[in-house]
Write a protein that binds this ligand. Structure first.
Ligand SMILES: C[S@@+](CC[C@H](N)C(=O)[O-])C[C@H]1O[C@@H](n2cnc3c(N)ncnc32)[C@H](O)[C@@H]1O
Length: 218
């Protein structure tokens, strides 16, 4: 199966996920909702499990959330998180269908998940939050990091769409490719801000933009 496919999962794909693992159950809900590209299911899953290996509990704040699947998987993986805020400038209409499909199996998600349609700039964070953002394009990832750092919150981002004309490459582009220089400079900025950083990747076959940056106050 091509895990990077942008085709939407729907009822015809249910047979691909006929096991009883948590992933299979989530994937079946995604198929029933019929609105999510296959790639986004795998990205959200691979990010969420790596984040939860490091960071437990806390309010989940999924910034530039799109359909908000990452926020919901993070809740499913750790019931100690009391709630999740899923924030996007424009929440897709189908986010509600996806949330409803997941609530068939996990009705308690309804109480714990809140979608907010507004810009990241206006969101107030606290030090207990777990801030996540998958593919916040270009400088939006820097805004996510800035917001998390000013609150002293844990943060995990999967950057994409690096804009080498505007992003800080830290002068590193003579040694490494531009997007890597941008992400390495983000690491340096977090460390200078008193953060401990963990660098990982999700499988490149799902997305070439696969660098996962996790950080927590040291
Ligand atoms: C590439 S999508 C990623 C969506 C989702 N996180 C995912 O991984 O599928 C980027 C998202 O950022 C949102 N966005 C762009 N600018 C934003 C802003 N200032 N505040 C909140 N969301 C924003 C867009 O509406 C879009 O849904």
């Amino acid at each position: 199966m091509d895990r990077s496919s942008r085709n939407r999962l729907n009822h015809r794909h249910l047979h691909l996920f006929d096991g009883e693992t948590l992933f299979d159950r989530i994937a079946r809900a995604v198929c029933r909702a019929g609105c999510l590209p296959r790639k986004e299911l795998y990205e959200a899953w691979e990010v969420a499990r790596r984040v939860r290996r490091r960071f437990r509990g806390g309010r989940v704040v999924d910034l530039a959330c799109g359909h908000g699947l990452l926020a919901q998987i993070l809740l499913l993986l750790d019931k100690r998180s009391p709630e999740a805020l899923a924030v996007d400038l424009r929440i897709p209409d189908s986010a509600a269908s996806l949330a409803k499909a997941l609530q068939v199996d996990w009705p308690w998600l309804e109480e714990r998940l809140c979608f907010v349609e507004q810009s990241i700039e206006g969101i107030t964070l606290s030090a207990d939050d777990l801030v996540v953002s998958a593919h916040a394009c270009g400088s939006l990832t820097d805004l996510v990091l800035d917001k998390a750092m000013s609150a002293g919150a844990r943060v995990a981002v999967l950057p994409c769409c690096h804009d080498l004309n505007t992003a800080d490459t830290g002068g590193l582009e003579g040694w490494m490719d531009g997007p890597l220089a941008v992400d390495a400079t983000r690491v340096a900025r977090l460390r200078a801000g008193g953060y401990r950083v963990y660098t990982q990747t999700i499988p490149a076959e799902i997305t070439p933009k696969n660098r996962l940056l996790l950080a927590e106050p040291a």
